[in-house]
Design a binder for this molecule. Structure first.
Ligand SMILES: *[C@@H]1O[C@H](CO)[C@@H](O)[C@H](O)[C@H]1NC(C)=O
Ligand SMILES: *[C@@H]1O[C@H](CO)[C@@H](O)[C@H](O)[C@H]1NC(C)=O
Ligand SMILES: *[C@@H]1O[C@H](CO)[C@@H](O)[C@H](O)[C@H]1NC(C)=O
Ligand SMILES: *[C@@H]1O[C@H](CO)[C@@H](O)[C@H](O)[C@H]1NC(C)=O
Ligand SMILES: *[C@@H]1O[C@H](CO)[C@@H](O)[C@H](O)[C@H]1NC(C)=O
Ligand SMILES: *[C@@H]1O[C@H](CO)[C@@H](O)[C@H](O)[C@H]1NC(C)=O
Length: 404
């Protein structure tokens, strides 16, 4: 079946049939991908589109405290980023004391969080935002400064729910070699049993191919190890994540790790590629820079409504790499309304022209489109056969093509 002729209601019917357990095999991605595997989804109602928010780890791996979280929540609202959909304010590792209390409860670090996590959650909620916390499916977290939740899944899930936590990032360190399906499955059930909707973000690093089993357990799953603030790291995460494209969809997403945009060690054009590829790939858009002092270039990138709209499109089909000639690549995926999103990217060291033929991106050669350049905010009408662009090293273009 050609996805570009698939109407939205039919698509939703197909999805709900698949998630109800019927055999799949309908090619929803057209030529852009193989059949979507059967999806047995975690039934918590969350993650219908990829999650958006912020996490301290990429910019503040160790300097976490309640002041930073409050100021970040304030900045999320005052900059206008909250209004664009960035809603989760997430704490990473190091938020707790080394030991549980005498009842076995996790205890917030008294120096970092003197007011406690519940008061912080109340503050974040008062801003119209949601709050996320961090745990580990092992005996100790990765930083080794706080306990993991292995064997304490119900107790910790209940603690998180009592603090009105909205999101859990669940790491994979010190796991005693126990199967991840079991460890992550236990926490998934414990979170569901609290009765509070808590977005479940699996941070299993892609070790045991989580795309193949995590949709029934979590709302997103890491497909890669940790990202670094370098072009090579970023682009390799995009490639690894791409292999699992057919497993993503509303309710459960592939996660190539959080954004480095704005952290300073890539050029603006490299960060533009980073944000374009993450948006096209329906990756979580979790900001990782200091948004209290966000610079203009960074703000222009992460606040681009048209690019965010590709990420949040209701079809929820992960765009893929569809053609490559040496260092020149075409990435593409279908959007609602028979539209097509395209990223042209030059991974090489010298300027070159990158071309997306209609045959690359699943369009019939007779189709005439209007091409919206999402970074230039300009539209070129009546284009047929191909779009192309001459791109500097590590630069990209992003378009939405709308058939006339
Ligand atoms: C608690 O926070 C303080 C202040 O940041 C830090 O020095 C200490 O190491 C933390 N304790 C643990 C167990 O992480
Ligand atoms: C910055 O990027 C360069 C080039 O990719 C890399 O060699 C270097 O290690 C990076 N520095 C940091 C601090 O990440
Ligand atoms: C950043 O943008 C603001 C508002 O658009 C503008 O007033 C300011 O001059 C810009 N700063 C720089 C360094 O370009
Ligand atoms: C990929 O691009 C090359 C060069 O434009 C073209 O020859 C080839 O047919 C394309 N492959 C596909 C699968 O469209
Ligand atoms: C392309 O569109 C034309 C006109 O609608 C149609 O006749 C033709 O069968 C289509 N080709 C393919 C490969 O779908
Ligand atoms: C780029 O596209 C334009 C029209 O869309 C076409 O005229 C031109 O030949 C193309 N350039 C290359 C190098 O393919």
């Amino acid at each position: 079946m050609d996805c570009f002729s698939l109407s939205l209601p039919l698509f939703l019917l197909v999805l709900s049939t698949v998630s109800a357990g019927a055999a799949s095999g309908i090619n929803q991605n057209g030529k852009l991908g193989e059949s979507r595997p059967r999806r047995d989804l975690l039934d918590n109602g969350l993650g219908r589109t990829p999650q958006m928010g912020w996490n301290n780890y990429n910019h503040f791996p160790t300097q976490l405290n309640e002041e930073l979280i409050r100021q970040t929540a304030d900045a999320m609202v005052s900059t206008g980023l909250a209004a664009l959909g960035y809603e989760y304010i997430n704490l990473d590792d190091r938020w707790a004391e080394q030991n549980r209390d005498s009842q076995g409860n996790l205890v917030p670090n008294a120096t970092r969080f003197p007011s406690g996590i519940k008061a912080l959650a109340d503050y974040v909620h008062s801003k119209g935002l949601k709050i996320g916390i961090y745990g580990d499916a092992g005996t100790l977290t990765c930083a080794k400064t706080m306990p993991g939740s292995l064997g304490y899944e119900e107790q910790d899930a209940n603690t998180f729910a009592s603090w009105e936590i909205d999101y859990l990032k669940y790491d994979n360190c010190h796991n005693d070699g126990i199967r991840p399906q079991e460890r992550y499955g236990k926490m998934s059930k414990a979170l569901l049993a609290t009765g509070r909707p808590i977005f479940f973000s699996l941070c299993e690093w892609g070790d045991a191919n989580p795309a193949t089993w995590a949709p029934s357990i979590g709302n997103s799953w890491r497909t890669t190890g940790d990202i670094k603030d370098t072009w090579g790291s970023m682009i390799s995460k995009a490639d690894l994540n791409d292999m699992w494209a057919s497993y993503a969809g509303p309710g459960g997403w592939n996660d190539p790790d959080m954004l480095e945009v704005g952290n300073g060690n890539m050029t603006t054009e490299e960060y533009r590629c980073h944000f374009s590829l993450w948006s096209l790939a329906k990756a979580p858009l979790i900001l990782g820079c200091d948004i209290r002092s966000v610079d203009n270039d960074t703000f222009e990138l992460v606040s681009n409504k048209e690019v965010i709209a590709v990420n949040q499109d209701v079809l929820g089909i992960q765009g893929k790499k569809v053609n490559r000639t040496g260092d020149l690549e075409v990435w593409s995926g279908p959007l609602s309304g028979n539209r097509v999103a395209v990223v042209l990217i030059n991974r090489g060291l010298s300027t070159a022209t990158v071309t997306a033929e209609w045959s690359d991106i699943g369009l019939n050669s007779s189709v005439i489109v209007d091409a919206r350049d999402l970074w230039q905010h300009s539209t070129t009408t009546t284009i047929q056969y191909q779009v192309n662009a001459t791109l500097d090293s590590h630069a990209c273009k992003m378009y939405v093509l709308t058939p006339q």
